[in-house]
Ligand binder design. Structure first.
Ligand SMILES: [Zn+2]
Length: 309
């Protein structure tokens, strides 16, 4: 896990690679699952030493690679603000913290051949991009539901249930829930934000739009995109959100003008992976002699209810 990830950063950027190497040297990574270990995955900053620490529960799945890259993005954010003396400026608003992490998922996924043989890498990349698409309607559902809850005080259980089901009808896509009506009606229980963080969760959508722009920029001009990304991270929380986005080479804007080209990019990339990867991937299963991978590519999709952050 560590060496595969290190190789990704070696290919991506010298400074990021050095940062991750330092984390290994200083034993700032607790990655493997073990008996009795708390669940979940996160990056936490050790305030006195101003160093990042990554905690997670890797068991050898593709999701672990995504989590590793995600948390590493947060860790790079912490490292980038180390020299900032004002404590409050060493942390950006969460909408931008998640740009740091989600960008790293997209940028790092370009090099996951360090974990997989080529056809498997394509499939992993495809699953990741599908997850990016799928998370938007889920975020919209959770956000709209929170707005409904707080703007309808005194509502009954039945009214709340109906409101949720209406939103699932609006955003939930073409899924047949026959026989699972209760699961559908209670699905919102799975999103912790609804219970703990009023009106929060939309920040992941805001951040994903930023991350997609960083990724789009890197496709045009990789070095500049990486440099802008790092410069924006180094600003920490010293600037308002739109300025952090702009330093990273992104627009803080959710209009069609910004979203449409990103959707187009996702469509094009997914199409490429479908054409180039699909048959090869499914043809390659069970064939001996391929590069052995310690990482399983499960059919389980990236989970939008993930306990990682
Ligand atoms: Zn995160």
């Amino acid at each position: 896990m560590v060496s595969g990830t290190q190789q990704i950063f070696d290919k991506l950027d010298r400074d990021l690679a050095e940062g991750f190497r330092m984390m290994q040297r200083l034993r700032l990574l607790d990655l493997d699952n073990r008996k009795g270990k708390a669940p979940g995955g996160y990056q936490s900053t050790l305030a006195e030493s101003r160093l990042p620490f990554i905690f997670m529960n890797a068991v050898g799945q593709q999701r672990d690679v995504e989590t590793m890259l995600h948390e590493a993005g947060h860790a790079f954010h912490a490292l980038a603000t180390r020299a900032e003396d004002i404590y409050a400026y060493r942390h950006a608003p969460i909408e931008f913290c998640e740009v740091a992490s989600m960008s790293m998922e997209l940028l790092g996924n370009e090099f996951i051949e360090t974990f997989y043989a080529a056809p498997e890498a394509k499939r992993a990349r495809r699953e990741h991009l599908e997850g990016v698409v799928e998370v938007f309607p889920w975020i919209a559902t959770v956000d709209a539901f929170q707005h409904w809850i707080y703007s309808h005080p005194g509502h009954t259980r039945q009214q709340r249930r109906d409101a949720w089901l209406n939103l699932m009808k609006r955003f939930g896509g073409d899924v047949d829930w026959t026989g699972y009506e209760e699961a559908l009606a209670n699905m919102w229980h799975r999103q912790l934000h609804i219970f703990l963080h009023p009106f929060y969760y939309v920040e992941y959508g805001i951040a994903q739009l930023g991350a997609l722009q960083v990724w789009a920029n890197s496709k045009k001009e990789k070095t500049k995109a990486l440099r802008d990304y790092q410069n924006a991270l180094a600003l920490g929380g010293s600037r308002p959100l739109p300025e952090l986005f702009s330093a990273a080479g992104c627009k803080f804007d959710f209009s069609t003008a910004t979203v449409k080209p990103l959707v187009k990019l996702l469509q094009t990339e997914l199409q490429k992976l479908l054409i180039l990867g699909f048959e090869k991937v499914f043809g390659s299963f069970g064939k001996p002699g391929g590069k052995p991978s310690p990482f399983r590519l499960d059919s389980v999709k990236r989970n939008p209810f993930s306990s990682t952050r």
